[in-house]
Write a new protein. Structure first.
Length: 205
């Protein structure tokens, strides 16, 4: 039997809309839901196998995308949010009652600072970018998945057109290396134009 990866993968991938302008995310509480408003679509939406990201019950993977932190605002019941692990690079803000992660934010010096990590599946609106790839695939072994099933896991992703990586996609890995090179003193001409061409938007500070 094929493994259950995530409902958005298992039930077939629905393409998003390039003109989609954002929407609202809600936690899973039956009332007094935490509401987070996103002012744009997400980018680099992907299946993630790491142990830190929030996953629906029974799923091996999360689906998480990035968005400029300036486009993220808590618009209801902010008092219910708590940071899951204050020592983690990505400070994941979750609802204290239902445990759902609403957004992850990076405050320290990091290649992805300026981007928030969000789960668009928490929105009822349609048009969010569909998953683009699968990252940290082998990490599910560390969480108890039998290594013998990994060929089936990768095959299922490939059957729906998603490339699998044991880190992140080439575009995001290039961004990390660019950040490291800059810290070492390397300078690149038209860097912001290059990053935008690869789907990355940052807030200049």
């Amino acid at each position: 039997m094929a493994p259950s990866l995530h409902p958005l993968i298992d039930n077939g991938i629905t393409a998003g809309s390039s003109s989609f302008a954002g929407g609202k995310l809600h936690c899973h509480c039956p009332s007094d839901k935490v509401e987070v408003t996103l002012g744009s679509n997400v980018a680099h939406n992907h299946a993630c196998g790491c142990s830190k990201c929030w996953k629906p019950k029974g799923s091996l993977f999360s689906i998480v995308g990035v968005i400029s932190r300036d486009a993220v605002s808590v618009t209801a019941n902010a008092s219910k949010l708590t940071i899951v692990d204050k020592e983690a690079t990505i400070q994941r803000n979750a609802c204290k009652d239902c445990g759902v992660h609403l957004f992850g934010r990076i405050e320290k010096d990091h290649p992805f600072k300026g981007l928030d990590f969000v789960h668009a599946e928490l929105s009822s609106e349609k048009g969010w970018q569909e998953p683009q790839f699968a990252g940290f695939v082998s990490s599910i072994i560390e969480q108890g998945t039998n290594p013998k099933s990994m060929d089936d896991v990768r095959a299922k992703f490939q059957s729906v057109g998603l490339q699998t990586y044991d880190v992140l996609s080439p575009a995001l890995m290039d961004l990390i290396s660019t950040f490291t090179a800059q810290k070492a003193g390397v300078r690149f001409a038209n860097l912001w134009l290059v990053l935008r061409s690869r789907g990355v938007e940052f807030t200049r500070r």
